[in-house]
Write a protein that binds this ligand. Structure first.
Ligand code: NAD
Length: 371
């Protein structure tokens, strides 16, 4: 692929995140924003003016048919990810779609399969997949610095009930876990509400649970706990404790090895400072021994805004046999690690094999099956 190529990008969904994509794209000299689209004409017009994009649309099918482009960014809310992604992929146009991939596994299947059939590349914007701390931790694991990886612990930001947190932040965390475990093999989980096990009557739409959150489909519960097994023989765990305040500093992943531990924290902007810590023994010891954790120098791994890396790696994959980071397949795995918690909960916390055998949303199935 010629290094002088200019990548032509269309963007669907000019809301908060869409505009952030446009800002980053505008700063990348080898990317050109050729069209923007929003159901709300005012939003498309405003983005067009601000980012100097004359081609504005209200209908993504029209945009895809009228303007030639190499890739599309889908920055609509989750319920709106499937239709534009499938429409672009069907035309052979590669897609960077916002997270989580879709409302349920069936939608995610169609997105992945359509891209696969046409040869388009699909990446899900779970950008911590390429966070400098994650990449450096992967390199240290490969060098054997912490011995064999034993357990990957996902750490979330809180500030929401688990139901909303699952779809808003959960797949970011499960995606970071995948970076160290590989494909997930099973999940076992439990969901509670007001100190009791969640029941079918607690199933609701995301916006019903929290009107300030986005439309991400069916949700349930206040707190949740899950365990995982990964294909590389690694165990995983994650909890959602619904603390009232968000703590970005908590957000990331811990990698526990037979000879040491790594802690990546992905909250906050990416700068020259380190977001990776190393403990040179497998067990932490007492809180008094926390000072033994040492920051890891990220020099040499390349500190770049993860969204920029996601765009670069996606276009590099176009026309090659390589998949982009946080590919459609990985985005679907991250989603099933989250939705599988509901399926396990419904089955008294049993281990549920992943991928899920049922492709409908587990909560839709549970609600249908309940009198
Ligand atoms: N990766 C991240 O760090 C990150 C951070 C924030 C948000 N997000 C994700 O970004 C996505 C968008 O979130 P947001 O807060 O910007 O939402 P938003 O509601 O602000 O923006 C969505 C926009 O899409 C438009 N839209 C809806 N359906 C459309 C359609 N069919 N065609 C064209 N336009 C359509 C809406 O009119 C709206 O302007 C969500 O999936 C969210 O989870 C990701």
């Amino acid at each position: 692929m010629s290094s002088s190529k200019t990548w032509r990008v269309g963007l669907i969904g000019c809301g908060g995140m869409g505009r952030y994509h446009l800002k980053m794209l505008q700063a990348m000299p080898d990317f050109k924003i050729v069209a923007v689209c929003d159901l709300l004409p005012a939003a498309a017009e405003k983005a067009g003016q601000e980012f100097n994009v004359p081609a504005t649309f209200g209908d993504f099918e029209k945009m895809l048919d009228s303007v030639s482009m190499d890739m599309v960014t889908v920055a609509t809310q989750t319920r709106g990810h499937h239709a534009p992604t499938v429409a672009a992929a069907r035309r052979g146009i590669s897609v960077l779609c916002e997270k989580p991939i879709a409302i349920d596994p069936a939608e995610a299947d169609e997105m992945v399969e359509t891209a696969h059939r046409s040869g388009a590349k699909l990446a899900i914007h779970q950008q911590n997949h390429v966070n400098p701390g994650i990449r450096k931790a992967q390199a240290m694991v490969a060098q054997g610095v912490i011995g064999d990886v034993v357990l990957v612990r996902g750490r979330n930001k809180a500030g929401r009930r688990s139901g909303n947190e699952f779809m808003e932040m959960g797949t970011h965390v499960t995606d970071m876990m995948l970076c160290f475990g590989g494909a997930p093999a099973w999940v076992a989980g439990h969901v509670t509400i007001d100190g009791r096990l969640a029941a079918p009557r607690d199933i609701m739409e995301a916006k019903e649970m929290s009107p300030r959150d986005r439309d991400s489909g069916l949700v349930m519960g206040q707190r949740a706990l899950a365990h995982y097994g990964f294909e590389r023989g690694v165990l995983g765990e994650i909890h959602f404790l619904a603390y009232s305040k968000t703590m970005s500093e908590n957000y990331g992943v811990d990698i526990l090895g037979s000879q040491g531990q790594l802690a990546v924290r992905a909250g906050g902007s990416v700068g020259p400072g380190s977001n990776l810590w190393h403990l040179a023994r497998p067990m932490e010891g007492t809180p008094a021994q926390l000072a033994d954790w040492k920051q890891v120098d990220l020099a040499g791994i390349g500190v770049e805004e993860p969204m920029v890396t996601m765009y670069r790696r996606l276009v590099e994959s176009i026309g090659s046999a390589n998949e982009p980071p946080s590919s459609g397949v990985e985005g679907r795995q991250a989603l099933e690690m989250i939705l599988g918690i509901y399926e396990s909960h419904r089955n008294q916390g049993q281990r549920i094999p992943l991928p899920l055998s049922q492709r409908q949303h587990p909560l839709a199935c549970w609600r249908q099956a309940s009198p």
